[in-house]
Design a protein around this ligand. Structure first.
Ligand code: PEP
Ligand code: MN
Length: 336
């Protein structure tokens, strides 16, 4: 952290700043310029920078290191590659996750997965516990749904990801899923994140509806600080003033995350747009922008889906998209 003093700052004010940062375990490096004195605070514990900013004579604070360490590329320059039983996430190969919004029945899951298997899908999605805006909407099949999805995933040699909404569901879900999904609405459920830091399955951490990239990485840090380093970030659209789409896909988050963090980042064009006809163009853009993969809603019969049918692709649409993505992936040096 650098503390820039006002041009009129007195020696007494500079001394107060130095003593305050030293009390917090930092070493002060003072450099006096013609106009400003700048104090570098090195080492030490975390400190609320606002406490220093409020001191007399301080003009501004410049943060040098990020508050997230484990998630930061500075502390881990190599990309993290997460190994699953049948594939890797974050390596050269693009990881595609597909399946319905929610698990509805054995027939639905089987028909959807059978179609997706033809297109090379290795990770199946499907929610058993659904975070619905209305308490009257379909809330998911719970454990029965997890059993169905597991049977179907095994039948087609796929991994399974499903959303965990609360701590009490973790032991149950550990028996069924390969990747635990944390939904956008739970990105800052810090108690849940802490518990997920103690399990040994990868976590798919969706970006919160109104969260900044820094807040998102801090949430990853919560999981990682518990010992679980296998975090996959997922950009799923954020709230903006725009109403033409369900959310606004923040494509720039992809290169930003790639620079700030070593964690894999995938994108969810289905929840970002909320509309089936927008899914393919956004998917193409995300792969071109450097995403490590996509999570896409696909349903064998979207018009009858119990949840998010309007944003779910028909299986043959996924097939067409997948062929286009192969071309784009190759163009940006990835394997599809
Ligand atoms: C989902 O993936 O089904 C879901 C609810 O996503 P999000 O948490 O991004 O809204
Ligand atoms: Mn959905």
């Amino acid at each position: 952290m650098l503390i820039v003093m006002k041009s009129m700052a007195t020696q007494d004010q500079i001394d107060v700043v130095i003593s305050q940062i030293e009390q917090n375990g930092f070493t002060a490096h003072v450099s006096k310029g013609d106009i400003h004195t700048v104090i570098g605070a090195v080492g030490g514990k975390t400190i609320d920078a606002r406490e220093i900013e409020l001191l007399d004579g301080v003009e501004k604070i410049v943060k040098i290191t990020s508050s997230y360490k484990l998630a930061s590329r500075t502390f881990h320059p190599e990309n993290t590659v997460i190994k699953l039983k049948n594939c890797e996430i974050g390596g050269k190969e693009i990881s595609m996750i597909a399946g319905p919004c929610s698990i509805e029945s054995e027939e639905q899951m089987d028909a959807t997965a059978a179609a997706l298997a033809q297109y090379g899908i290795k990770i199946l999605r499907g929610g058993a516990f659904k975070p619905r805006t209305s308490p009257y909407s379909f809330q998911g099949l719970g454990e029965e749904g997890l059993k169905i999805a597991r049977r179907v995933a095994d039948k087609y040699n796929m991994c399974l990801t499903s959303e965990v909404m609360e701590i009490s569901q973790i032991p149950l879900m550990l028996d069924y899923v390969d990747i635990m999904q944390v939904g956008a609405r739970n990105m800052q459920n810090f108690n849940l994140l802490r518990e997920l830091g103690h399990i040994n399955k990868p976590i798919l951490l969706k970006r919160g509806l109104c969260s900044t990239i820094e807040e998102w990485l801090m949430s990853a840090e919560y999981i990682m600080s518990g010992g679980n380093m296998d975090v996959i970030l997922c950009e799923r659209g954020i709230r903006t003033f725009e109403t033409a789409t369900r959310n606004t896909l923040d494509i720039s988050a992809i290169p930003v995350i790639k620079k700030l963090s070593h964690l894999p980042i995938i994108a969810d064009p289905s929840h970002a747009s909320g509309l089936r006809d927008k899914v393919a163009p956004l998917s193409r853009a995300c792969i071109a922008a450097g995403a490590d993969g996509l999570i896409i809603e696909v349903h064998n019969n979207p018009e009858k889906a119990l949840c998010d049918g309007a944003q779910s692709l028909f299986p043959n649409q996924y097939g067409e998209l997948s062929a286009q993505l192969k071309t784009i992936a190759t163009a940006v040096g990835r394997i599809f």
